[in-house]
Write a protein of this length. Structure first.
Lengths: 186, 186
DNA sequence: GGGTGTGGAGAACGCGCGTTCTCCTCTTCC
DNA sequence: GGAAGAGGAGAACGCGCGTTCTCCACACCC
């Protein structure tokens, strides 16, 4: 018998792959059961409803996504380089075969009007992202408005990359970010 | 008895309000019947499946959206003003009470992985938008790359406005667009 | 060893939805 | 007036899904 922690991990891994890859409403609980190998009974003990599982999926993805981004960008030497590294990281992400856009924008589009929990989680994710960019721009001695502008570029790149199926938008956004960065008074 | 054209209009109006406002999978055909006042039988004669209705909804919205944008921007006097007017128009759009983000990004997030027709329609919409921006930047004697950068800003503004529920992202995107416009060599 | 309980497999239930069918009404043409 | 057909209302059907329940196997404790 596998431990409760392992079961939870397996469920979340399966849920993330399926929800992100095909959309939340397109995936049934039975499919998560087969993919995770955890029985429905146990699944429902750990996550009392599909909504709870969706929330857990989104929350874990939020944390991991921002951690990966920060780990990548913070490795650069200067504040300016860290800012531009965000767009390099996006380019890597867009190149992953499973890439299908922003999980939060996607679930917001799908369920935001129906579920206030999903809407709130998406809002919190975007807010945390722009907060991180604001840290980077502040460290570079740039105004906070630059962080908003960069966030819009990144957001647009994610959506465009998803819909066009190309990683190029990350490069285009990086070019624009470089211009804005240079133009921003310090 | 109402004419076939009127019935089609009523159906498309109801479908647009419901699909856009609540998401495609969250709206049943019965609801479109009640909202449009057109019987199911007739509905299915005009649109043989829900998928056909979704495609008709998206195609009509694509044309109308771009027409409204162009009508607004083309009224400005100079090429530069027309470019910046795009972001003013976004601000007006974001302020509408029914605004809930980009219908195409939303349906792509919801059904893009399942329905290649929806994915293709979303791609075509985004492509047409960037083509329009390219016309504007070309008329201003700016490079085509500027159009890509502006498109990313606009795209990001739409998503951010939807998720945060604020019209401000249009202003922020307009600020960044002004900087990019000034910096672009003519 | 026998009771007790935990867990797995999957059937069952209830509901909603896309789609089709039935029945009735009204109009139109001879 | 009556036959015929079109159209509307909504019931019916089939299916999928979220959730719960049943039945059985197996481990653990006295």
């Amino acid at each position: 018998m596998i431990s409760a922690e392992t079961a939870e991990l397996r469920i979340l891994d399966a849920a993330e792959a399926l929800f992100y890859g095909r959309g939340i409403q397109a995936v049934g609980m039975d499919e998560i059961r087969s993919a995770s190998g955890v029985s429905l009974k146990r699944l429902y003990r750990l996550f009392p409803s599909k909504g709870d599982l969706v929330q857990a999926y989104l929350r874990r993805r939020d944390v991991r996504w921002r951690q990966k981004l920060a780990a990548y960008a913070d490795a650069r030497d200067t504040p300016e380089e860290r800012i531009l590294a965000v767009f390099d990281w996006l380019h890597e992400w867009f190149g992953e075969p499973e890439f299908r856009g922003c999980a939060f924008s996607n679930s917001f589009g799908e369920l935001g009007a129906t579920s206030s929990a999903v809407a709130e989680t998406a809002r919190a994710h975007k807010e945390a992202f722009v907060r991180y960019l604001a840290e980077l721009t502040a460290a570079a001695g740039k105004p906070a408005s630059l962080a908003d502008h960069l966030a819009l570029l990144a957001e647009g790149a994610i959506t465009t990359a998803a819909i066009t199926g190309s990683a190029e938008p990350a490069r285009r956004a990086g070019e624009a970010a470089r211009v804005l960065l240079k133009a921003a008074q310090r």
